[in-house]
Design a protein around this ligand. Structure first.
Ligand code: SPD
Length: 432
């Protein structure tokens, strides 16, 4: 041991696996294991993933810390290994991490921290008292702090989770994951964007389904594009008028993840009135006959990756054709404050295809979507849309009977009341 309080190894790892460097779970595990292998006592770990890529984190050890900042796009990680005392072997941590990150090579430099000859020791006996009190009150157990972050370049939402990934598959289209968050329960994320959480999914699913069903009054044939987690079909099958639901989900892994880990969502996949197609919804819509459906629900993901086609004019032109006269199209249209361009683009698209008197936007509040404020658009074919013209008593009874937790006739009315800034946004965009 040099004549210093601590040893600090500054490490550059080059040529690492980009996949590992973008995997917060994997990195947290590697860093905690490296600390343990080095004979350190782990106190706490905090790790964040930054979307679209990158991970930062710290493992606090009784003997100082290990920290990492990873840049998958450069296959590069900057690591600090700072240890005190004779027991801990920082170079063991170095070797372990080099292998765990699959680094081609590492460069490093060791610095002595707190060189004794530069320090002057004073008596701090008076601090012992407070230290004993702290030791009594602080639980020294290892506490993990692993965070999932749904983020664009300006806005982020983070959920702390257990660090265990229950489902983790890369499909041909996207990364599908289920993890257990502390505040919102099991969470399904696609390409690191929250799709559903156990705790608040009912808000989205009740509102995307019951509003258009009650406005229509008697839908029999329904088409769902997306919705692979099953929440939308669960709500649809509560309605006795519905004879057939055709659901088109592009990614079988989303369905599999939900069936394995989200039973509260996937409970209707065996319904005999469901026809499930694993294929591209845009293609399915193109191939559909005219006037096939009373109701079409677009329950897609955000406009990046495979859901991009669900934000295009040609797709909605086909949807219009596929609707029966008087039929209703209802779609998730992103957050006005989060993805303003997509929100306005969809409003314009519906306006141009269905006509200005046949469309309306409504809002609901989903705590786990960025900004919390989420929007939907309702459009009716060949008819002025009267979104508050529905069977109120029937909706009230339905809500009660099914023990719904968000949809009521009052919520239905209220949802279409837009704040002036949203009305203004839409108006200005449609005028230009
Ligand atoms: N930013 C998240 C938008 C996700 C919309 N779809 C969610 C799927 C739930 N069935």
């Amino acid at each position: 041991m040099p004549n210093a309080l601590g040893r600090h190894i500054l490490v550059e790892f080059f040529g690492c696996s980009a996949t590992i460097l973008n995997d917060v779970i994997c990195i947290e595990k590697a860093m905690v294991s490296a600390a343990k292998k080095a004979n350190a006592t782990v106190i706490n770990s905090t790790f964040h993933h930054f979307s679209p890529y990158g991970v930062s984190g710290v493992v606090v050890i009784q003997e100082s810390h290990l920290a990492i900042h990873a840049w998958p796009e450069y296959q590069y990680a900057a690591v600090d290994i700072f240890t005190c005392g004779n027991e801990v072997q920082p170079w063991v941590a170095y070797d372990f991490l080099k292998e765990a990150l699959e680094a081609c090579h590492g460069s490093s430099m060791e610095i002595n921290r707190g060189q004794i000859e530069l320090l002057k020791r004073i008596s701090v006996e008076y601090l012992k008292e407070s230290r004993t009190t702290t030791a009594k009150t602080v639980n020294p157990q290892f506490k993990r702090d692993v965070w999932f972050t749904d983020k664009d370049e300006n806005i982020a939402l983070s959920l702390r989770h257990t660090g265990k990934i229950l489902y983790n598959k890369q499909s041909d289209y996207q990364k599908v994951r289920v993890f257990e968050s502390y505040a919102f329960g099991k969470t399904l994320a696609i390409d690191d964007m929250v799709m559903v959480t156990e705790k608040d999914e009912f808000i989205y699913h009740e509102m995307i389904v019951h509003i258009p069903v009650f406005i229509h009054g008697n839908p029999k044939r329904v088409l769902v594009i997306g919705g692979g987690d099953g929440g939308t079909i669960r709500e649809l099958f509560r309605h006795s008028s519905i004879e057939k639901v055709v659901m088109v989900e592009i990614d079988e892994y989303v369905v599999e993840a939900s069936k394995l880990h989200l039973p509260q969502l996937s409970c209707e996949f065996d319904n005999p009135n469901l026809e499930l197609h694993i294929m591209d919804g845009v293609q399915y819509m193109k191939d559909c006959d005219d006037e096939e459906f009373d109701l079409i629900v677009i329950d897609g993901s955000d406009p990046e990756g495979p859901a991009e086609g669900l934000f295009s004019y040609s797709f909605y032109k086909d949807a219009y054709r596929v609707l029966k006269p008087g039929g209703i199209l209802n779609l998730q249209s992103e957050g006005p404050l989060f993805n303003t361009n997509a929100f306005l683009g969809l409003n314009k698209c519906m306006h141009d295809i269905f006509g200005k008197n046949s469309i309306a936007c409504y809002l609901t509040y989903i705590s786990t979507y960025p900004t919390g404020m989420w929007s939907f658009i309702t459009a009716q074919k060949n008819k002025d849309l009267k979104y508050t013209d529905f069977d109120l008593p029937a909706a009230a009874i339905f809500s009660q009977k099914n023990n719904l937790q968000y949809y009521t006739p009052e919520m239905h009315f209220a949802a279409y009341a837009l704040p002036p800034f949203v009305r203004q946004l839409i108006k200005e965009h449609l005028e230009n």
